[in-house]
Design a protein around this ligand. Sequence first.
Ligand code: NAD
Length: 356
Amino acid sequence: MKIAVLPGDGIGTEIVEQAVRVLNALDLKLEMETALVGGAAYDAHGHPLPEATLKLAKEADAVLFGAVGDWKYDTLDRPLRPEQAILGLRKNLGLFANFRPAICYEQLVGASSLKPELVAGLDILIIRELTGDIYFGQPRGRRVSPDGHFPGAEEAFDTMRYSRPEIERIARVAFEAARKRNKRVTSVDKANVLETFQLWKDVVTEIGKEYPDVALDHMYVDNAAMQLVKAPKKFDVVVTGNMFGDILSDAAAMLTGSIGMLPSASLNSSNQGLYEPSHGSAPDIAGQGVANPLATILSAAMMLRFSLNQVAAADRIEAAVQKVLAQGLRTPDIYSEGTTKVGTREMGDAVLKALG
Ligand code: NAD
């Protein structure tokens, strides 16, 4: 089992170090190789996703990714910015299915922005299509408007598009995932206004017939946003397009208290995956040893579960994280009175100890 370890920038290096320590403690035959990505790769090789890094990622069974980005790269041409590395990896590895679980741990209920009764026991999974939609659709650009409300004015445009096969494969991913959970899928669309999402709804409905044991319902994205903050526990698996998923998954993240707790997985059709925390490189706290490593450690658990088929080891990591939370250990982002504040490495130490 070969893992490409790409720590990246900012807190990426600090948090990935803790996840690697945890993986090394599991007595699995894991071959881990580290490479530069993002701003660190740009500084060393002039490109955020050097050929050697991409090759390593392609050849690995899974990629463990930290985070990329720093304000100091904001003036670079767009193709050279650190964030392009993650887009390049998604595209080159065909990572079309993004899994973002939003779990509210009992011990962190108070950290949520919603009332405890709304989030206690929350366990939902947002599945976002990751390689299509308006983020990738062509044509796109800026021009002098040939028509529209203001002919002759400068305008910009993007194209929302999805093909039937793209929708079929993400729908199947969602139904399969629901089969392993509470057997409910909510497909989020905007079929009342957009042709793209009428096709989405039609295709998801068709694929749903292959899964009679899974209940399917459809919800418009505006209502889904409202329901997520009104009654989030009524969801099980939510499947949606790239842009709606981008927005809804961040909203769901905040229900759980801290972005520092949320893992994610992006998978292709061979179950090869890229695993990363849902947050960025947090330049504001980088180098201070205070970043929460739990999202990355939980991402490593997802990697074991989804790409490496090591379910028992994944369970072991997740149980260890629960245990350290129950012990009252908290990095500053999840700290509250009466708990014990620890740094990044101490949190890693505690998870290692809790593995037993
Ligand atoms: P961010 O997620 O890095 O930080 C947002 C806030 O959350 C900050 O206050 C930060 O300190 C805090 N935070 C994030 N992770 C934390 C953790 N593990 N523990 C404690 N606190 C944590 O988002 P941002 O500030 O908007 O972006 C910073 C950089 O990260 C930018 O360059 C952005 O482009 C990049 N980014 C990268 C990814 C990625 O690599 N996939 C994702 C999002 C943002």
